[in-house]
Write a protein that binds this ligand. Structure first.
Ligand code: G3P
Ligand code: CA
Length: 290
């Protein structure tokens, strides 16, 4: 059989399996399938955490984007994953004597000079590390939804309050955004508890996989538990779903990072509510067949 025929047959089989998925919808008891979330934007196709990655997700028809928020030396919130500028910008060339190029040691003006696209591909030369303000404005402009990660909060005292203030200023804390377009997540339970205490209407997700027996400890302030796919099981998803979150609804599960069809089908079969992926088109095609 030719490779193209094999691919077509495989796609058809995956689609058939997707149609048979025992789909769980914690929100409405309907047959909704998992949300597809573009991890750091559509980061397999554009440099992660840039506006290009947001736009690439939008071009693919993907509503949800995930990002990582940190803070500059002079207090500007910016979107970047690592605590160092080294991997995803040309900081090492532009500021050769500033090792180890920590985000927190550079001003916003210095970071604005950096090229955050060339490392990924020449077509993205000149892409910038976005400020959080520019980022949420672009997500809004694209009519998308935001899974905002507070990254390394231990490095940035007060980042929760500052992030919420910015979101409020940009119009992201009205009822419409709170109910359907914003989730704040973190690996830090303390940071999430702070977000919940400061603004109880904001939905929050705890990254990682606490022991099932400890899940009730988080139900007071976390709407979601978001584990790595490697550690996930059907029983764990059920244990999360059995609990009621801070907004009176069953807690949910977004799994990360899922970039291939078989894994997407596996976690969807577990009943997850969201799939976080660098290749949102692959996951969408697998689970929704378009
Ligand atoms: O959204 C899940 C994922 O972003 C957590 O890991 O390291 O990619 O921020 P990381
Ligand atoms: Ca992240």
């Amino acid at each position: 059989m030719h490779a193209r025929a094999v691919a077509a047959t495989t796609t058809a089989l995956l689609g058939a399996i997707a149609l048979l998925l025992p789909v769980h919808d914690a929100r409405a008891g309907s047959t909704a399938r998992p949300s597809v979330i573009a991890h750091r934007g559509a980061s397999a196709y554009a440099p992660e955490n840039t506006l290009s990655a947001v736009d690439e997700a939008a071009a693919l028809g993907i509503l949800w984007v995930e990002n990582d928020v940190q803070r500059t030396k002079d207090g500007e919130l910016v979107v970047i994953h690592d605590d160092s500028l080294r991997r995803t910008t040309d900081a090492e060339e532009v500021f050769p004597d500033r090792a180890p190029w920590k985000v927190k040691d550079f001003t916003a003006a210095e970071i604005a000079r950096l090229d955050a696209g060339s490392w990924f591909g020449a077509a993205y030369a000149g892409a910038r590390v976005p400020t959080l303000t520019a980022y949420v404005d672009r997500v809004e402009h694209n009519h998308q939804k935001l899974l905002l990660e507070i990254k390394n909060p231990e490095l940035y005292p007060g980042i929760e309050q500052q992030t919420l203030k910015l979101l409020g200023n940009e119009g992201w804390l009205d009822q419409r955004h709170l109910v359907g377009r914003l989730i704040v997540q973190s690996f830090s339970a303390g940071s999430l508890r702070t977000v919940h205490d400061l603004k109880p209407g904001v939905r929050t997700g705890l990254l990682g996989k606490p022991a099932a027996a400890d899940l009730p400890d988080y139900a007071g302030f976390a709407d979601l538990i978001n584990p790595s796919v490697a550690s996930l099981s059907r029983d764990y998803v059920s244990a999360v779903h059995a609990l009621t979150g801070p907004h009176g609804k069953p807690m949910e599960v977004f799994a990360w990072t899922v970039d291939d069809a078989p894994t997407a089908l596996t976690v969807a079969g577990y009943g997850v509510d969201g799939v976080i992926t660098n290749r949102p088109d692959v996951v969408r095609r697998t689970l929704y067949w378009y």
